[in-house]
Design a binder for this molecule. Structure first.
Ligand code: HEC
Length: 171
């Protein structure tokens, strides 16, 4: 009898140890995936005077999720469906007037979108926080979300390289 109990206990112990080890390994793997993006790849221009900001991995993930739900229908993989020349690649953003290749420039676009030459307002054509009456998707995005989206767009070339907006500028 005592042997039976002992063997059951031993088996239970083995199962328990295997479970604990696999849980530990799983969480280690997860943190390795989340921590994969090194800080230099998460560092993006903040404004056009050369200041930079390093986003947290958490912010990047928030940016990705909000980008996918609010922007990707037109900007999948950093392209622009109805105007492929004006994509979200770094060089294209840099050559816009005013430059959009930094967080502040991008946030400005999401408030006052303009044509690529900066001459005309696109407020009635492009989603912006000012016109959330005609673009309801903008109502779900708070300031943190917009910052995270801008950071995500600017960090993507560091993270996936040429897969973002095809790598090279079209204008
Ligand atoms: C309904 C389609 C649509 C949606 C949704 C959309 N965009 Fe756009 N976006 C465009 C188009 C079209 C252009 C090019 C406008 C032009 O002709 O200059 C553009 C241009 C831009 C530009 C300027 C790019 C440059 O190189 O100067 C930025 C930045 C931008 N979008 C960011 C966003 C973000 C961020 C979101 C999500 C919050 C978003 N867009 C949602 C269609 C869209």
């Amino acid at each position: 009898m005592i042997y039976v109990i002992r063997s059951i206990l031993t088996k239970a112990l083995v199962v328990y140890i295997v479970l604990v080890i696999s849980t530990l390994m799983f969480s280690l793997m997860n943190s390795a995936i989340a921590g994969e993006i090194i800080p230099s790849n998460r560092t993006v221009p903040l404004n056009d005077s050369g200041e930079q900001i390093t986003l947290t991995t958490q912010e990047l993930m928030q940016g990705q999720s909000k980008f996918n739900s609010s922007c990707a229908q037109c900007h999948i993989d950093g392209g622009t469906k109805t105007n492929p020349d004006v994509d979200l690649g770094l060089q294209t953003l840099a050559n816009a007037t005013p430059a959009r290749d930094n967080i502040e420039g991008m946030l400005d676009y999401l408030t006052y979108p303009t044509t690529y030459d900066g001459l005309r307002s696109l407020a009635e054509l492009h989603p912006s926080t000012l016109r959330s009456d005609i673009f309801p998707i903008m109502r779900d995005l708070n300031e943190d979300d917009l910052n995270a989206i801008a950071g995500y767009i600017l960090a993507q070339p560091n993270i996936i390289g040429d897969q973002w907006a095809g790598g090279k500028p079209k204008r």
